[in-house]
Design a binder for this molecule. Structure first.
Ligand SMILES: *Cc1c(COP(=O)(O)O)cnc(C)c1O
Length: 368
């Protein structure tokens, strides 16, 4: 049996008429950049989240950069984020001219350890970017409390947490803004690059929108310089076509995670993911900690099961951040877990038979 890590083809097949119609409509109307389909998607996404504004942009990296830039973050400033994430979370801090300040991950939930944030705040700290990694919510009450005490905005990186919930509130609705990626493999994925910002802050929304569109809200009236970060019509129409299904897909991810939990729970060499109490995990990734991780990954691969590691090297240990002179002792949990974490295939279309095959193959590996 083959179990790919992600399978975007099966999802396309399941909604082919909707997608094909969406693409056909955009082409027939040549609504390639801006226009009706982009406006429609922004409106629908904002409605689903119960927020005032959704500003679409080219990808989930730009959304972070634009937000920081519009919050006035620049040279000499510091922004706090987590040691284990995709590089967009820290790269965009550098892009503004600021310096990324990393915090280790929590031992149980793998997201930023909120207990260590306050000790990293200095007079230069201008924002905190918690990343709801894997779809697991960060401890938002503590983070918001620390941020409020120091008068620092919180930008939620929701690239992996579409429709995750913290105490009844969706990821992206608790900080000053939420940043989303619609990269094809994300829980809500376009057929190319795409991203957005959501916020209830009118001024911030307007500034982000202007900046993402060359500094002009009205054509040819450039009140400032900006960047070109637009969502194109095809991607917007594809995303709109997928929106009616997203809550069902999220529920199916959660059901599949429960199934994995059950079939993997008896294996002592594996630690299954724990969900933070009071939250709903959206399982962008199903990450276990495994003994002899690399050997297990190889074995699964040889049996047709694709796995991955998110991420193999924590950000502070990357060559790109060598200049910060961090050592492994600065981030002991990230350092330890980088050799243990393994992402198993998980998507809505994964069948119980496939998950049985994965768990049985893992059991066989450890019984030898
Ligand atoms: C995917 C991702 C991003 C960036 O999104 P792109 O659309 O690929 O630019 C940012 N942060 C995290 C945590 C991500 O996983």
């Amino acid at each position: 049996m083959n179990v790919p890590f992600v399978d975007l083809k099966v999802q396309y097949q399941s909604i082919k008429p909707d997608i094909d119609k969406a693409i056909g409509d955009v082409i027939a109307e040549t609504a390639f950049i801006g226009g009706k389909y982009v406006n429609e998607f922004e409106k629908k996404f904002a409605e689903l989240y119960g927020v005032k504004h959704c500003i679409s942009c080219a990808n989930g990296t730009d959304s972070l950069y634009i937000l920081m830039k519009m919050l006035g973050i620049g040279t000499g400033d510091e922004v706090i984020t987590v040691a284990n994430s995709w590089i967009s979370s820290s790269e965009t801090i550098t892009q503004t001219g600021a310096t990324p300040v990393f915090v280790d991950i929590d031992q149980v939930y793998y997201s930023i350890d909120e207990k260590q944030i306050e000790s990293k705040i200095t007079a230069k700290t201008k924002a905190i970017i918690p990343v709801h990694l894997h779809g697991q919510m960060c401890e938002m009450d503590s983070i918001l409390e620390i941020a409020a005490k120091h008068n620092i905005p919180v930008i939620e990186d929701c690239a992996q947490s579409h429709f995750s919930v913290y105490k009844g509130k969706r990821a992206g609705t608790m900080g000053i803004a939420g940043s989303f990626s619609f990269y094809p493999g994300k829980n809500l994925g376009a057929y190319g690059d795409a991203g957005c910002i959501i916020t209830d802050d009118d001024k911030l929304a307007e500034n982000c929108k202007r900046y993402a569109r060359h500094g002009a809200l009205i054509k040819h009236q450039h009140t400032t310089e900006g960047v070109n970060s637009r969502l194109d019509g095809l991607q917007a129409a594809i995303l709109s076509a997928k929106l009616p299904y997203i809550l069902g897909w999220t529920a199916q991810r959660q059901a599949n995670a429960k199934y994995y939990d059950r079939v993997l729970s008896g294996i002592s060499q594996i630690v299954i993911p724990e969900v933070r109490p009071g939250t709903e995990h959206s399982y962008h990734l199903y990450v276990v900690r495994a003994e002899r991780r690399d050997e297990l990954g190889q074995c699964l691969k040889s049996k047709g099961i694709e796995t991955s590691v998110h991420y193999p090297v924590p950000l502070p240990f990357m060559k790109a951040y060598q200049y910060l002179r961090h050592t492994e002792h600065d981030f002991p949990i990230s350092n330890k877990y980088q050799h243990q974490i393994l992402s198993l295939p998980l998507y809505p279309e994964l069948s119980n038979e496939m998950m049985d095959y994965v768990s049985n193959t893992i059991k066989d590996f450890y019984s030898k």
